[in-house]
Design a protein around this ligand. Structure first.
Ligand SMILES: [Zn+2]
Length: 281
């Protein structure tokens, strides 16, 4: 089923967007979109009224998409079951057990609040290698994250192969493991390949745009950045992909980079206030 678009017949403020259903504007937007998708709009509002007030799509930064832009559908995501993901391992050595404030800050952390209030940013990665195909690469990433990094599950929330196939990684309700010190509140998206010397495919970028647009609606993040912008010691996601990130952010109405990033959820999760103590937080 298609997720409701953020559609409004009047301009919706950034704050209303970020707070989701807290704003009357967002409530109207949600209902308007849902009603339209169910075909009940005409019955509720009257055909003439809807026709006189064309719908606009409002992005998080307040920008409005052209009216001709077609509504986004859910991206097609290959489920964990379909690609053969291994189950979560709560005995993992470096992401052991469940999170407990103070005593186990690096454990498996499930967001307790609405996800729209739990996420601030989308962080883009590359896998730095590409095997014969997307599935082989995906399985190797899972192995690396579990066996070598000692994490309970694959660290990224989504992965996209070079044919543009998007795979479900770690559940979105759980903190990822992909950007040291900045995982809480950040959704990790990995484009599979090594983009230090060559760029992603057109199909990969199209899939990334669709996924990001859907995540903007679902999570209401404010920022999009590359891994390297948070962790200066890594080349991830590679120069050739970094060159595309501002465009990705602009198209989604997100602020590019980390300037203005406010990691409130990270501080809450850690409990120590500094967040420099745990590599996976
Ligand atoms: Zn990375």
């Amino acid at each position: 089923m298609a997720k409701p678009r953020h559609v409004s017949r009047r301009r919706t403020s950034r704050r209303q967007f970020l707070r989701g259903s807290a704003g009357i504007g967002a409530g109207v937007a949600f209902f308007g979109a849902a009603a339209a998708s169910l075909g009940v709009g005409a019955a509720m509002f009257g055909k003439r009224k809807l026709a006189e007030q064309p719908q606009v799509v409002v992005l998080p930064n307040g920008a409005q998409l052209p009216q001709s832009t077609p509504p986004a559908n859910d991206p097609v995501v290959v489920s964990r079951q379909r690609w053969g993901a291994l189950p979560v391992d709560h005995s993992a050595r470096n992401e052991y057990g469940h999170y407990r404030k103070g005593s186990n800050p690096e454990g498996w952390y499930v967001y307790s609040d609405d996800l729209r209030r739990s996420y601030q940013t989308l962080i883009i990665h590359h896998s730095a290698f590409y095997k014969a195909g997307g599935l082989d690469t995906l399985l190797e990433i899972q192995r690396l994250h579990r066996d070598e990094r000692g994490w309970a599950d694959i660290g990224y929330h989504f992965l996209i192969d070079q044919r543009g196939t998007t795979y479900a990684g770690r559940d979105l309700s759980v903190r990822g493991a992909h950007t040291a010190g900045y995982n809480t509140g950040s959704a990790g998206i990995c484009l599979m390949g090594d983009f230090r010397t060559r760029g992603p495919t057109a199909a990969q970028m199209a899939a990334a745009r669709a996924l990001i647009r859907w995540l903007v609606e679902r999570l209401a993040p404010t920022h999009l950045a590359g891994h390297q912008q948070f962790n200066a010691g890594t080349e991830c996601p590679g120069r050739q992909l970094i060159a595309n990130l501002k465009d990705l952010a602009d198209r989604a109405g997100l602020q590019y980079g980390i300037e203005g990033f406010v990691p409130v959820a990270r501080a809450e999760a850690c409990g120590c206030g500094c967040c420099a103590c745990a590599a996976t937080l």
